[in-house]
Design a protein around this ligand. Structure first.
Ligand SMILES: O=C(O)CCC(=O)C(=O)O
Ligand SMILES: [Fe+2]
Length: 273
């Protein structure tokens, strides 16, 4: 299991994100991509088993929601050794009420496939003050509302439509003055690459971008042919709730380990009269 180093702590606090290189090995990448090869033609609002085709209404590509239902390679990502310690550490709450019902809670998980001309506009930023996405460090500990792992399943370089972040904006008090020009709008491809102080993140297939969701972020527009493939799992405290009206299937809850079950559906037994 990867440990959280002193440098990880320092850089995460400073910038609001970390890059975990080689978070996935070649075999894992191959298995995950093979599953996506089959799912990538799913249409918006169509189901493939318990995986749902979804889109925010703009040119932001296809989301495959509930991707942890797509088979063992995706189940493994729930508590993957390359980032689970980071999630436990940055969401925090050890020995407190925040871990009363389990170690963590995944409120959304999806793969995203994006083609030429597609992107996601800028969103988030500490100035919004949301509880769900907040960054907080107090009494020598991290207490973050939501930490994302965004995994590249193919290399993401210039022209591929990389994730764009505004480093340190998890502590910003003000909305970026160029925000409105880059925010997502219906029928317009909004992207974030030309914003002042932004940074486009390039990743090798298998690398993970870990960031607190209050970091202001979006993506660059894909200009190359082909597709960008990423997977995102979002972790928060055990008392959180699902972002979308999806729930893990009975079969998935039966298949996963007890530890994983606690992360995707806290409360081992529901009390009833
Ligand atoms: O598509 C991207 O690069 C950004 C995804 C995103 O906004 C998120 O994971 O919260
Ligand atoms: Fe986002």
């Amino acid at each position: 299991m990867k440990k959280v180093s002193k440098l990880d702590e320092y850089l995460f606090d400073l910038n609001g994100y970390l890059i975990i290189e080689n978070a996935l090995n070649k075999k894992e990448l191959k298995d995950l991509n093979k599953i996506l090869d089959k799912l990538k033609n799913l249409k918006n609002n169509e189901w493939a088993g318990h995986v749902h085709g979804h889109n925010y209404g703009g040119k932001d590509g296809l989301n495959l929601q509930q991707i942890y239902e797509a088979g063992e390679p995706f189940e493994k990502l729930i508590d993957h050794p390359s980032w689970i310690n980071h999630m436990l550490h940055f969401v925090g709450g050890k020995d407190t009420f925040d871990q009363h019902h389990g170690p963590l809670f995944i409120d959304e998980n999806f793969a995203n496939i994006r083609g030429p001309g597609e992107a996601i506009g800028i969103h988030s930023g500490a100035y919004e003050g949301t509880q769900r996405a907040h960054y907080r460090f107090e009494n020598g500990k991290f207490h973050c509302g939501q930490i994302n792992i965004l995994l590249a399943l193919k290399d993401i370089g210039p022209g591929d439509g990389g994730t764009v972040i505004i480093p340190s904006s998890h502590k910003s008090n003000l909305r970026h003055p160029e925000y409105d020009k880059h925010v997502m709008k219906k029928d317009i491809v909004s992207s974030a690459e030309s914003m002042t102080a932004s940074k486009e993140i390039y990743l090798k297939a298998g690398d993970g971008l870990l960031f607190v969701d209050s970091l202001c972020h979006g993506s660059a527009k894909r200009t190359k042919k082909g597709e960008r493939r990423i997977v995102v799992y979002r972790y928060g405290p055990s008392w959180g709730f699902f972002r979308h009206p999806y729930r893990p299937s009975k079969n998935l809850l039966k298949r996963v380990t007890k530890y994983q079950k606690n992360i995707i559906m806290p409360h081992e037994k529901v009390l009833s009269p």
